[in-house]
Write a protein that binds this ligand. Structure first.
Ligand code: SAM
Length: 448
């Protein structure tokens, strides 16, 4: 792997940079694989794990297993995520927001690595808006949030500028900016070929635009976590410096254990692959001063929307834990939303383009529920729903959408599960079972 000399020259003099060691990390060392567990879906994992020191939920995995053929992966027991990215946890905890009911936004969220992580750190009464501007990427974000089992997340598909319509609204914003991607050269050597100084400048201008919009949506006193997987100063320190000067943003220092190898630079922190067990990453935390007059939007609940009290669906309690929830009818579909976030959801609907919210329960037809995949994976699933325990081989066949032998099982809808972890629905009829695992999610390969 040979790195462009214009790229290497551009890093000279940066704190922690050593050209020979940096090049060696690219030519001689393999990137490590890491996962982050879902604290709400604890299962026994069969791989060899070593803790990532800066998070309570992450582990390096040796050797890299086949995640595709692990049912726990499909059930949302863990997320495969690069270790440096998990530093978000240190920042979030050190802001003091961990146990507070807050409104949080992940502005560039697909495929959902940082959004699922943030969700695991938020107090359950919090609301998370996970946004992705590129329409074709929102499906993957939605699928990953569904796997994670969330019920307090709204997924939107909007350009960052549209968030300016929610002034001073969020207590926390994650801005994992689209960038030139040099920090991931080891994982994606092809990206080296498309790296140019021009691309870095193009990304920096875009980052400035996104940051300006995000800042307007941040509450005075709120925190913005800005990160890139680029090594270029123009996308990192220069953005932080410019923003601090122009917008009186306050740099929030973060305490990091020196043994982790993370280097403090100007108004931010860097992970270098020759110093840290992870890939290239830059992050900073900016606080909005309490100077602005607080714009408190008058949030009204529009009663004309088909929001019903869950009592309107008497048989629903057999499927769902309904406490503190409202049921929303969208055509034939039923969605479950926490009562607590109803007003926020309506406001978001007025000014943004939500593509998913809460938990999709399924279709309500002739006073009966045809359950949706999202309900099976949700933490809102009622424990009284029947489960069919599958062994590893059956679970893989189920995930491949093959026929499962279910002789002796009572008829009706059951959740197919592996080691107690729900994977999806089966409808048991006389003599056969219909496999309702979503076609688009099925394992396409036949074997390892
Ligand atoms: N946060 C994600 C995670 O941890 O899984 C990764 C985000 S990735 C670094 C940056 C995201 O920004 C991509 O999903 C990309 O589609 C999105 N993006 C691209 N152009 C954008 C723009 N102009 N405004 C906002 N987001 C953009």
């Amino acid at each position: 792997m040979s790195l462009p000399s214009s790229f290497l020259d551009s890093l000279a003099g940066l704190p922690g940079y050593d050209r020979a060691l940096f090049e060696a990390a690219h030519t001689q060392a393999e990137p490590v694989t890491s996962i982050r567990i879902n604290p709400t879906k604890r299962v026994d994992l069969s791989f060899s794990l070593e803790k990532v020191p800066w998070t309570s939920m992450g582990s390096y995995v040796f050797p890299r297993p086949s995640f595709t053929f692990d049912p726990n992966f499909h059930g949302g027991a863990y997320y495969v995520q690069e270790a440096s990215s998990m530093l978000l946890e240190q920042v979030f905890i050190q802001t003091g927001l961990k146990n507070k009911a807050i409104r949080a936004l992940d502005l560039c969220a697909a495929p959902g690595g940082k959004a699922t992580h943030l969700h695991s750190l938020l107090a359950p009464e919090s609301l998370l808006v996970a946004n992705e501007v590129i329409r074709s990427r929102t499906g993957l974000l939605r699928d990953n949030m569904i796997k994670w089992g969330t019920d307090n997340v709204v997924i939107t598909q909007n350009d960052p500028v549209q968030f300016e319509q929610l002034p001073s609204y969020f207590d926390w914003i994650t801005l994992d900016a689209p960038c030139s991607g040099s920090g991931l050269f080891r994982k994606d050597p092809e990206a080296i070929l498309s790296w140019t100084p021009g691309q870095v400048n193009h990304c920096a201008l875009r980052q400035q635009r996104i940051l300006q919009s995000a800042w307007k949506a941040l509450k005075p006193g709120g925190f913005l976590f800005y990160a890139t997987c680029s090594y270029s100063v123009a996308e990192n320190e220069s953005i932080a410096n410019w923003f601090i000067k122009e917008h009186q943003a306050i740099f929030q220092p973060i305490q990091l254990d020196s043994s982790w190898g993370i280097v403090e630079t100007e108004n931010g922190y860097r992970c270098w692959p020759h110093l840290v067990k992870g890939e290239g990453f830059f992050f900073t935390c900016l606080r909005k001063p309490q100077l602005d007059t607080v714009v408190d939007r008058n949030i009204r609940v529009d009663k004309s929307k088909r929001i019903k009290n869950s009592a309107s669906y008497p048989s629903l309690s057999a499927w769902v834990k309904l406490e503190e929830q409202d049921v929303l009818e969208i055509g034939e579909e039923l969605m479950l939303l926490p009562k607590l976030h109803q007003a926020d959801f309506q406001l978001i609907q007025q000014v943004l383009n939500p593509v998913y919210a809460g938990v999709r329960l399924g279709k309500w037809l002739r006073e009966k529920l045809i359950p949706d995949h999202a309900l099976a994976l949700s933490l809102r699933l009622s424990p009284s729903v029947n489960q069919l325990a599958l062994d590893a081989e059956q679970a893989i066949a189920y995930l491949q959408r093959k026929e499962i032998n279910v002789s002796g099982t009572t008829k009706g809808w059951v959740v197919a599960s592996y080691q107690g972890l729900p994977l999806g629905w089966l409808n048991i009829l006389s003599g056969r079972a219909n496999n309702y695992y979503p076609k688009g999610l099925r394992i396409l390969k036949d074997h390892l």
